[in-house]
Design a protein around this ligand. Sequence first.
Ligand code: GLN
Length: 202
Amino acid sequence: QPVVGVLALQGDVREHLLALAEVGVLARPVRRPEELAEVHGLVLPGGESTTMSRLLETFELLEPLRARLADGMPAYGSCAGMVLLATKALDGRPDQHQLEAIDMVVRRNAFGRQVDSFEADLDFTGLPGGPLPAVFIRAPWVESVGGAVEVLARVPDQPVAGVAAGRIVAVRQGHVLATAFHPELTGDGRVHRLFADTVRAA
Ligand code: GLN
């Protein structure tokens, strides 16, 4: 039975631990390098990517986490977690660390100019059971992806129109998954189940 960690420096850690438990996964918080070494996959929660980036350094997790990712550890980043996993973040702080686990450029707080927070039903490639309800909270979007990245979901034409429509909000590269939204807040366990399946398969 694989163990999935939730990076527990800042953000909505508890909600991810509960969502993982609900899909039958052994989940525990990860704050120290020893704890990171013991998990088979890691969730990077929503929160503030600048703060989390700084805390990764303070807690001496930055290099161990880079090493585990380079070694193929499955990971799933939601919102701020997506920002951290990217190669590059636009509108980030210049000293913000990027884990570079997914070859993509993200834009932080991308929807903010139009709407801070909203909900939408997404067509999510490979998920059974129809559209996925998604909650966006000061979310990033993905500006561009490299050739190895699979696009899993985009913003639908409604409720957010204009330049936001069609923007990429869920991606996968190998065993690393990222969503701009928060499936841990909706009670729909399908994204956590997808990640659990990835961890079991890895
Ligand atoms: N705006 C935050 C950031 O860029 C992410 C918000 C969230 O995780 N809900 O770090």
